[in-house]
Design a protein around this ligand. Sequence first.
Ligand SMILES: [Zn+2]
Length: 150
Amino acid sequence: MTWPFKWFGFWQEDEKYVNAPSVREFCQSEWWLDKNRPGVMDYLDQGATVWAVGSQKNVCHLCHAPLPPTLAICTDGEWVWNHHLIHYIKEHGVILPQSFYSHITLNQFKVTIPLVNDEYQALQSLDWSMFKNGSARLGIRQKASDEHYP
Ligand SMILES: [Zn+2]
């Protein structure tokens, strides 16, 4: 499956993103058999939180289990993901686009946030095409380094 974006874990079922696929299309547990699933989950947990906001709908779209009460958008400086993705990978065998998995393996499962002069500009340059109005919709309120996901 070709994945043209540099974001992942935002779903059609969330009912607020554009270009977002159904999470059901990505449930393929057997894909993980020859891959490092714990390493990926650990990587996704190491990202810097760009944006965290309380959300009303915090249940899994597949099993309806409660998810952390904050929608946290994370980044490694290149890719952007929803922290809730970890649940989908762990519990439902949701897979990653090959391009994202390759990126993580190249980084040896360790997030290293690049040092930048202008953090705001760096964040703006990420792929926010899942939002209707692109980065304008993002409304970054805090620098990533000011906030840590519990
Ligand atoms: Zn679930």
